[in-house]
Design a protein around this ligand. Sequence first.
Ligand code: ATP
Ligand code: MG
Length: 449
Amino acid sequence: MLKETIKNFVGRLFAAPRRGPERVTKEKHGIDRRNVSRHAIKVCEVLHHEGYSAYIVGGAVRDLIVGLEPKDFDVATNATPNQIRPLFRRARIIGKRFQLVHVVFGQEIIETSTFRAPASVEQDTDEHGRILRDNLFGTHEEDAARRDFTLNALYYDPITEEVIDYHRGLPDLKKRVVRMIGDPETRYREDPVRMLRALRFAAKLSATIDPASREPLVRMAHLIENVPSSRLFDEILKLLTCGHAMDCLRQLQAVGLHQSVLPSMDLTFKQEGGEEFVELALARTDARVRAGKTISPSFLFAALLWKLVNKRWQEICAEGEHPAQALMQAADSVVAEQTRKLAIQRRFQADMREIWFMQARFERANAKTIWRLIEQPRFRAAVDFLQLRAEAHEVDSVQAQWWMDLANADDSSRAEMIEAHEAEQRGKPPAARRRRSPRRRPAAQASRP
Ligand code: ATP
Ligand code: MG
């Protein structure tokens, strides 16, 4: 405890700026105000007008400086939630642990939070030093000190167009260095999710992690297991959907964090074509992210775990089990292994299973079952998955394309496609038909039925 207290104190000493913040002009930081959300500017203007200070902060400033498009815009201010809310027509106070205000402009929400005080020894922590409750408002300087990395602690004032930099975050950002504010070990202990964030920003910005911030990662990786499961799932999803998913996985693996969140990864990568399959799936995800499309968590996890499911499936089939039963058992065992470390929400698990089970059904479908398959809510995702498998040379690409065309067709074209296919089947010599027996081995060619 005493050691922690001293560490906290030293951490805060380091975190304290030595000579006040740097005020960086737009010529040096390079943010073009036209790329800044006009709603975020509006929030700052209104608060300024009322005599408060207000800045755009965090990921948006970081991304604007390096020329990426920000996901969203957050504002930090010295006004309290109760002072902020009445200033806007559509604003609501949210959050229990730390209240903040959502200011709503049509589709866009500007998350507006009051400067927060950094971690202090008086705060509630668990036995590992993880902060359980922090609800203290603070000064601008304190708000900067409680942020995670120097490059995330930059404040943009849209009125003067200056960036306020308390922790030399701008030079770090320009050099692409992810550096923890304060004592890294203490800060990871306070919130182990910061370990995942460090890796994500390194991947996303093609940055390195400063040695002092990197060194504790291997040693402290296991602390991630104390993070509540839903938060962990959200963070892993952020990692996988940041546009650099494979890079993130490699970063996780390099420090051993994957063992605590994606325990199947080592084994998957050892399977023949396992790494390539994951790479292909994640490259598709990255492409969708860049195109601004939505990402389905079920599809992602279905892909991450598929090679193991497939392996188990074949093993169980080889023991003489019926393929459909075998696939169900394989899915159960792989999902159980995964959820011991990282719980996947039940609805996603159900969707993953559907995507997998349909892979087997594609192989055996006839006219009647094709129509039933089409009606499945996950049909489209399963067909996408089949395409992914075709790309990985696991199934025939012509057949995968037939299913994709079917998914894209309207009902009357579907009827024609299925009829033409049935006719083709009927015209085939009996030997060819026999080859499509329902008890074929799994993961062979998905047949165009
Ligand atoms: P992105 O939105 O691109 O994922 P971000 O940096 O904006 O990245 P958010 O989770 O939106 O991430 O958080 C906004 C800001 O809040 C961060 O930039 C950082 O300053 C601060 N922050 C977020 N999470 C933490 C944390 N766990 N510890 C300390 N500060 C944090
Ligand atoms: Mg953000």
